[in-house]
Unconditional design. Sequence first.
Lengths: 281, 295
Amino acid sequence: MNDSMKIENRWARAFVILLLTLGAIAMLFPFFWMISGSFKTIREITSPDIIWWPEEMQWDNYTTVLTMKTNPFGIYFKNSIIVAVANTVFTLLTTILGAFAFSRLEFKGRDKLFSILLATMMVPSQMYIVTNFITITRMNLYDSLWAQILPYTASVFYIYLLRQFFNQIPDQIYLAAKVDGCSDWKYLWKMMVPNAKSSLVTIGLFNFIASWNAYLWPLMVTGRIEKRVLSIGLKYFASDSGTDYHLMMAGATIVVLPLIVIYLVFQKYIIQGIARGGLKG
Amino acid sequence: MVGQNQRKTFLKAMLYMLPALVIIALFVVWPMFHTLRMSFYEDFNIFNKTGEGFGLSSYIWVLQDPTFHKALLNTFIYAIVTVPVSIMIALAIAILLNSGIRGSKFFQTAYFLPYVTNAIAIGLAFRFIFHSEFGVFNKFLAIFGIDAINWLTDPDWAMPTLCIFGVWSALAFKIVIFLAGLQGIDPQLYQAARIDEAGKWKMFTSITLPQLGPIMAYQFVIATINAFKAYNEVVGLFGDDGPLHSAITMVYYMYDKFYNANKYTIAAASGVIMFLIIMVFTFIQLGMSNRKADQ
């Protein structure tokens, strides 16, 4: 806390708390309204009055959404988990190996190669999708979970972040380990990876969240219900059932709730990640 | 001997980098060139997905398409409105959060939460809130005697509604960055100002703002880039590109041409145009902030 920015006047303090409370309501209200709506009956949800909380919580809305024939969120949930976990595991692997090579192994053209990689970050990823769609179809992966996993199993940005962390570990430790006959492979997994734990948790979390929230790409490469993920389910749901807002809110809650839990548990890592790396997009 | 060692390290490094490089080459580097090439094809066969010829016809088509003009205009409006508004609100909130009040941990949790949410899901929640008949927002406005507004179905209201949603979604990230920036300012600067009996406003304009300069520039660049790429917010809120395409954005246009209309070369050309616009804006903004820093 920055001491010198403190407000001393008691009335000014009360006013600040009032402002912050109003703002917090504006930030949290959509979440509250979504969850409250997900427990309402269709009559309550279309009522002309404001109903803050349903008279009786309709847990059935959730069972309906999870098992709907045309749009089974149960299957979508499973797919989302598989895609996000696989994505994260592979990304962490490629990131660890790549960052190690770029930070510890001295080879010719290393810095040049790294700047070329960094330059690719300037191109908006939306531009890739046209070609990537063609590539995925050629690989016969259209309409599969692999199509949603594979293109996002390596990231220049995460390699860049982890390399920065690896670079902070003093060279002497590396050289001493080498003298003791420790191989690069062993050094990486026994020494660097455990040390970089908090960076890796942050990278893993951001990757998981990004994968969970991905929309445009999964929409393009999937067709059948069996291969859809949650975000896509919400889209089809919304166009199928015009005014079933109570079910739509249950679906939206199923998508958002895991994110809220992750956020509350790992808040520290997520905030540090944004503040340090400016992670976004 | 040395040469052999070097080759050995090189091979080893290659092995370590191989998984990442293969994926990046295939799904990042190759598409950059291939999409660029596609945008210049004169003829494209969508069945075997190969093209022929070299010319500007796709670009001419895109630049003459009224829907693209609409998408371009909307994207600019979205950026011009949401970027400064969200930055100002975020700065104000960050300053309040940093003023040493009690419960600031709770407030931080509340303000940062929207960062992790799914734009499609929370867009649905906003669709429900903004619903013209039973949306809670219109009910709330009715208390003040304001007539129901068709936030989502009136083409004239589509962009304002999108901008409200855009500002709401963009706040969390910016607040985190500003808060980190504020906490990084040297407290001695304020103590010195206090000895000079400077007022709060004076401290804000002569210490806080200049100290936040680089962060402010960073926020503008990132926010503008993100605004130019707006897509999920549009689909989340409207399910499509709004009533009568009134909320179509550049990315939506590209996706629509590619996926719904199967016009691959048109999509590629619009993607390249989008990239160029983003590049130009990034350089202008970086140039401006560098010049300011030099003064």
